[in-house]
Design a protein around this ligand. Structure first.
Ligand SMILES: Nc1ncnc2c1ncn2[C@@H]1O[C@H](COP(=O)(O)OP(=O)(O)O)[C@@H](O)[C@H]1O
Ligand SMILES: [Mg+2]
Length: 208
């Protein structure tokens, strides 16, 4: 049995990750490809508990280092309990955020040392890396408008302010420039259908 593909969806809030994940999963399943949809932080009982700590507005005093380690603790459990077993069973795993979010938010946004993040992230994942990453890029103002329209945007991370999200967005764009083969930068202001077509095209080219 062949191993499955591990695809991750990244980008600032409101860029369309959840929208595209659901549509891509539906198309893949329709074509007979078994796939598993999951998210970070989360995806396991332990990791969802860590997620609650991370997004709770009660935890405003959390330092950036503690935040990083909690994200990575959640990831360590998620990789071993869910992602790797599914890929080994031959399923395509579609994950809402993964390591690129850590580099973008904790590296770009919070300013933590990127080499340190790389080291602990590698420890947390046991070396498991996405085969393909889709970064859906939108301007910060578009993100704010979309979140406002759907009544979202008040959790601990989302309340960080526009300049924080500019740094996060830039870090995402740099990630795509640094590894264009595995990291695809998509224009998230395109139509929803066009974006799905583009993502499906990339997945098809990669053979699965
Ligand atoms: N390409 C797009 N163009 C316009 N609106 C979009 C697009 N993609 C998503 N949206 C809308 O933006 C909002 C946020 O989308 P969502 O998929 O929840 O983003 P994310 O999961 O990245 O936070 C939703 O209301 C969604 O319908
Ligand atoms: Mg979402």
């Amino acid at each position: 049995m062949s191993t499955g593909k591990f695809c991750t969806f990244e980008g600032i809030d409101g860029c369309g990750k959840s929208t595209q994940l659901a549509r891509v999963a539906e198309r893949l399943r329709g074509a007979g490809t078994p796939c598993l949809v999951t998210r970070e932080p989360g995806g396991t009982a332990v990791s969802e508990k860590i997620r609650e700590l991370l997004i709770s507005p009660d935890n405003k005093g959390m330092c950036s280092e503690a935040e990083l380690l909690l994200y990575l603790a959640a990831r360590a459990q998620h990789v071993r309990e869910v992602i790797k077993p599914a890929v080994d069973r031959g399923e395509t795993v579609l994950c809402d955020r993964f390591e690129r979010a850590t580099f973008a938010y904790q590296g770009g946004g919070r300013g933590l040392d990127v080499d340190a993040i790389r080291g602990i992230n590698g420890f947390a994942t046991g070396g498991m890396e996405p085969d393909m990453t889709f970064i859906i890029d939108i301007p910060v103002e578009v993100s704010m408008e979309r979140l406002k329209r759907i009544g979202k945007g008040t959790d601990r991370v989302e309340s960080a302010g526009a300049s924080f999200f500019e740094r996060v967005r830039n870090a995402y764009v740099c990630a795509a420039e640094a590894d264009p083969y595995r990291v695809k930068l998509l224009d998230g202001t395109m139509g929803i259908d066009e974006l799905t077509d583009e993502i499906m095209g990339v997945i098809a080219c990669a053979g699965g």
